[in-house]
Design a protein around this ligand. Structure first.
Ligand code: GLN
Length: 501
């Protein structure tokens, strides 16, 4: 048996190489992310062990945080394109990992140019690494292999193990040695991720090698797609309207939104042209259903990502965090999500797998809609928390634990499932691009979450939390109502999965 065909616990060993690489990458991402807002808002005087911060207002810090968390994921689109067209997924992950080491390394320096340069490099690095490593996981399995979904659940545990380790340790390092030591820790850990990836190459021989070459029947040519747009009047009109709306957005909102809308218009033009060029109705339908499922993705993360913002602030200021005479630090609540994932990921994956073997497996689309409903339901506990606070001036942390529990179960129904779904439905030559578009959708969700969270200062938490419950549950139910026709559009992509080696 070749090394890349060897298995461990019923999964290809390559999965564990990607698991560890992603675990260290996510450690560095979440570790740094946990510090970001705190570093920006802390005083420039450096009067405690953490050293000098940037002294920004919380509004300034949250604004940058919102753009940053969106951009890291939006950059997955160029990241996916670079892989498809130029270097393949395997090399894109390698380059991404190196850029991330540099980015976190630069953040160790205290100058403001280093801060912006570091953030910029992290955005580029994640954009190259994150979508492509996820597509590589899919590449470990042949079409129809029943192990694929479980493989993605295991991979998802790696993601959260990284996040858990980071949120438990980075805060302690900062308290003792200062902000830049915290950023440095993220950098050191990313070097481990890089070493692990390079060392594990022999288990990844067969994946991530696809590069679209000239005159090959699978050639991907974005230039050709764009130029064909100009000879397709219907498509050109749609793109033209989107472009005008973007310009309108530029002048009526911030310029940042204008730029974002123009970028999204350019991507939409590409997606419209890809749809038009796909040569069979099966591929066209699958492509369409994939894009529709991304609406669920935006809504899901738009609600879920209150965790780092509004719910975090709520924990800090309105929750009684005393337990047996000890006040639990606010940041620790951020570990609940990752902890619950690690506890429940395999359980949920095996429930689905058992049902599948009995021939009663739920479709990915159903799981995703269910995920939204369960997560939305979790916000009901935040409604109870806000009601308790309005009555008594404080609220119990039990509400938060229950809310995070439901959010996590919802996340497990949608997030690893969506990753796997994309690798089943996307046309092979656009696999990395579609993974990029998926992550960009999660990035937009992050931005939506920020905007919703910010509006809490106007409408109050009770209204926001109740609004989220109603909106997400109704939206999830609507998707379930239209499930049958949507499932038909997948043309049985999931119905014939079986044990394949
Ligand atoms: N928590 C997951 C991760 O870090 C999901 C992120 C996302 O899809 N935006 O990979």
């Amino acid at each position: 048996l070749q090394p890349h065909q060897k298995e461990l616990f019923g999964q290809p060993i390559g999965l564990y190489v990607l698991f560890l690489t992603e675990m260290w990458e996510r450690f560095s991402y979440y570790g740094m992310r946990a510090l970001l807002v705190l570093y920006m808002t802390s005083s420039t005087l450096g009067d405690d062990a953490r050293g000098a911060g940037l002294g920004w207002t919380s509004q300034e810090a949250l604004a940058l945080y919102g753009w940053y968390t969106m951009l890291v994921y939006v950059m997955s689109i160029p990241g996916g394109m670079i892989a498809d067209k130029l270097i393949g997924q395997k090399k894109a992950v390698l380059v991404g990992a190196i850029v991330l080491c540099l980015g976190h390394g630069v953040l160790v320096l205290t100058d403001i140019w280093a801060f912006y340069t570091g953030l910029g490099l992290v955005i580029l690095g994640v954009g190259l690494l994150k979508p492509n490593i996820s597509t590589m996981v899919g590449g470990l399995y042949k079409e129809g292999d029943i192990r694929r979904d479980k493989g993605f659940s295991i991979f998802y545990i790696g993601i959260n193990l990284g996040s858990l380790l980071a949120t438990m340790t980075v805060g302690l390092v900062v308290a003792k040695w200062g902000w830049h030591a915290g950023f440095g820790l993220a950098g050191v850990v990313m070097v481990l991720g890089l070493i692990n990836y390079v060392g594990g190459q022999k288990y990844l021989k067969e994946v991530g090698n696809f590069i679209s070459t000239k005159n090959d029947e699978n050639e991907v040519s974005y230039g050709a797609l764009y130029s064909k747009l100009f000879s397709s009047p219907k498509q050109l009109t749609i793109v033209g309207i989107l472009f005008l709306l973007s310009i309108y957005g530029w002048f009526t909102l911030e310029w940042g939104f204008g730029l974002l809308f123009i970028f999204l218009t350019a991507i939409s033009a590409l997606l419209i042209m890809i749809y038009k060029e796909l040569d069979s109705q099966v591929y066209k339908d699958r492509f369409l259903v994939l894009l529709l499922s991304f609406i669920m993705v935006i809504i899901f993360w738009g609600a879920f990502e209150q965790a780092g913002g509004l719910m975090n602030l709520y924990t800090d200021t309105k929750t009684d965090r005393m337990l047996f005479g000890w006040e639990i630090p606010t940041v620790m609540f951020q570990s609940l999500n990752a902890g619950f994932i690690i506890l429940f990921a395999t359980l949920i994956a095996s429930i689905w797998a058992k049902r599948k073997l009995k021939g009663r497996e739920a479709s990915s689309l159903f799981k995703m809609a269910l995920g939204i409903i369960i997560m939305g339901f979790g916000f009901l506990f935040m409604v109870f928390a806000a009601m308790e606070f309005d009555k008594s001036g404080t609220s119990s942390m039990v509400w938060l634990v229950l809310a995070y529990l439901f959010h996590t179960i919802g996340e497990l129904c949608i997030s690893p499932v969506a990753l796997s779904f994309i690798t089943k439905l996307a046309p092979v030559k656009y696999a990395s691009l579609m993974m990029g578009v998926y992550f960009a959708a999660t990035g937009l969700g992050n931005k939506v979450a920020g905007l919703v969270g910010e509006s809490a200062s106007e409408f109050g938490e009770l209204t926001i939390f109740s609004g989220i419950v109603v909106f997400t549950v109704v939206f999830g139910l609507l998707f379930i109502v239209i499930l049958k026709p949507l499932k038909r559009l997948t043309h049985g992509a999931e119905e014939s999965e079986r044990i394949l080696k």
